[in-house]
Structures are given as structure tokens and as C-alpha cells.
Design a protein around this ligand. Structure first.
Ligand code: NCD
Length: 310
């Protein structure tokens, strides 16, 4: 049994295949337990602090749900405006302070590298819930859990990642995990929003097959899975840049009707206009199942970081 006890979760590239397997196993076990009980006592008396300096619905609520289902407690910064960050406190000082109250920290912040700064300052485990356009490793873990659940295996996967590959931290983290399973990757985006060069370079060095294209239907016809993403409006310097690319790719009922192969559709959510609500009843639309899986995966992580055997 590998131990994640006391570790920080900062980047998709930090995991070994074995660690991923262990997390998946623990998540599946906790899912089963939750079918029998409303909550567990595994983390009774432990406290999770959520520090969100950027908007969030799912990630924060899913971590808070996970902690409470494990019997632990949650403290939460109401909003950055009402915290000492507004007075100019550094992320490091905030993290160090919160370590005096809590046993584990989940942080989301608009700046790349901020979670690492928090982790370096805090003596307790720190989980990166999104650092700007950087990484979002727990989303990637729940995505992997979902892919395996939906497709039955992680072998011989072909995945189309679609949308804002430049700024999307979920795809930046997910490709790291998929590369451990030798997935074939289609990067489908407008030219302005291509996957950062540093990421494609490192994937190619690992021998991963990548094709960059603007042609979604063609990439989809060769894929088991479409991973759709939102154009990250908040990362654009000016609105006209956003206006130029918004609505570039839309999955709607016509797109689904034109599919020749069976395909799963995932999205980290929130969606704006890139997946029509008419697609929600398509059996392969997995994005709300993805949300539910997130709770089990985060339960597994919290328990493991705090040294519990699951
Ligand atoms: C994503 C994020 O915050 O990076 N949301 C999430 O955590 N599920 C995706 C997004 O905001 O587009």
C-alpha cells in the first residue's frame, strides 16, 4: 500500500500509475460505502479549510461534501474580498495561518504557482483546486475515474480535447494522467487557443501520439471520448479576443446525430454554450455523472492525505 499521507496535491505530473490505481480503488470503495450509509466516521475531528480566491461551485462544494461525508468538519473563507487577502496578505502567510486551524487546505487562486507557495508555507497537506491557467489535479483524477467507469478501461484510449486548451487547467492536468496510460490525443482548438508548446513538447518526449487540429468532427470520428471545455473568458486580456473565439465549437443534437461511432462526452463544467442542453439525455453525456464521481475521488484523497487506510 502506497502512502499519500501528509503529501500535497499540486500537479498532474506528480502521480505514478500505481498511485492513481490506489486512489481509484479507494474512491470505488467509498462509493460503495456511501450507498449503504449517509456518512462515515473516518475523518471525525479533522478539519478541512477551503480557500477560494476565484469563483467555484463544484470544486468547493464537492470538497466540502466529501469532508462532511467522512465525518470531518469544514471551515471556509467567505470570499477573498472579506479576508485579509484584501489587506495585502500573501498566500504563504494565509496558508501558514490557516494551518493553525485546519488539518488540510484546499486552495484555488488566479495565479499560476500559488498553490505551491501555499504548500511550501503550510506544514499540513495542501490541495491545488486550480491555480490560474496552471493545473487542477483533482479534476483530472475524477476525470480518469469517470473515463474508466464510462468506457470500462483506460487501455488504448483515443481522446479529443476540445476548446480552450491554452488556458484550461483541467486539460493541462488531465493530459499528464492520460500520458501514463499511453492515450492517443487529439487537441482540437482555434489556433489562438492551442495547447501550450511546453505541454505538447513534454508529451511528445514521453512518446505520446498527438494530433493538433481545428476539425472536431474528424477528430471525434477517431475518438472514444470528447472532453469539452469552456472558453476561459476570465483569462483574456481584452473582450474582443474572447468574442473572436467564443462559440467556436458547439456540441448539439445535430452533432450527436451525425456521430458514426459510440462516444462519451465529458466536460468539467460550468458550460456556457459549448454543449447544448438538448444533448443532456444522450446516454454518452457523462458530465453530471462526472460531478458525482468527484465526491468519491475527493473523499478518497482526503482520507489518504490524512493517513487513513481505505
Ligand atoms: C473548471 C475550472 O475551474 O478550471 N471548473 C471545475 O473546477 N470543474 C473548468 C472551468 O472553469 O471552465
Amino acid at each position: 500500500m502506497l502512502s499519500l499521507k501528509g503529501k500535497d496535491i499540486l500537479h498532474g505530473n506528480q502521480f505514478s500509475k500505481r498511485e492513481i490505481e490506489e486512489i481509484m480503488k479507494a474512491a470505488a470503495y467509498l462509493e460503495k460505502e456511501m450507498k449503504r450509509k449517509d456518512s462515515l466516521n473516518l475523518l471525525k475531528g479533522k478539519i478541512l479549510a477551503t480557500l477560494f480566491f476565484e469563483p467555484s461551485t463544484r470544486t468547493r462544494l464537492s470538497f466540502e461534501t466529501a469532508m462532511q461525508r467522512l465525518g470531518g468538519g469544514v471551515i471556509s473563507m467567505a470570499s477573498p474580498e472579506s479576508s485579509s487577502a484584501a489587506k495585502g496578505e500573501t498566500v504563504a502567510d494565509t496558508a501558514r495561518t490557516v494551518s493553525q486551524y485546519a488539518d488540510v487546505i484546499v486552495i484555488r487562486h488566479p495565479r499560476i504557482g500559488s498553490a505551491k507557495e501555499a504548500a511550501d508555507a503550510a506544514p499540513i497537506p495542501v490541495i491545488n483546486a486550480g491555480d490560474g491557467a496552471g493545473q487542477h489535479p483533482t479534476q483530472a483524477l475524477l476525470d480518469i475515474f469517470t473515463i474508466r467507469r464510462e468506457l470500462g478501461s483506460l487501455k488504448n484510449l483515443a481522446v479529443s480535447m476540445v476548446g480552450d486548451l491554452k488556458n484550461g487547467r483541467t486539460v493541462h492536468a488531465l493530459v499528464e494522467l492520460l500520458s501514463l496510460f499511453q492515450a492517443r490525443l487529439y487537441f482540437v482548438s482555434p489556433l489562438e487557443l492551442r495547447m501550450p508548446e511546453a505541454i505538447t513538447f513534454s508529451l511528445k518526449q514521453k512518446g505520446i501520439e498527438i494530433e493538433e487540429t481545428e476539425d472536431l468532427p474528424k477528430a471525434a470520428s477517431k475518438s472514444d471520448l470528447i472532453y469539452m471545455t469552456r472558453i476561459q473568458k476570465e483569462r483574456f486580456e481584452d473582450l474582443s479576443g474572447y468574442e473572436r473565439v467564443k462559440g467556436h465549437y458547439v456540441i448539439d443534437e445535430n452533432f450527436i446525430a451525425g456521430l458514426k461511432n459510440k462516444i462519451i462526452i465529458m466536460h468539467p463544467l460550468p458550460r456556457v454554450d459549448e454543449i447544448s442542453q438538448k444533448v443532456d439525455d444522450y446516454p454518452g453525456a457523462a458530465y453530471f455523472r462526472q460531478v458525482r464521481n468527484g465526491v468519491y475521488v475527493r473523499m478518497a484523497l482526503l482520507a489518504m492525505l490524512l493517513g487513513k487506510r481505505v
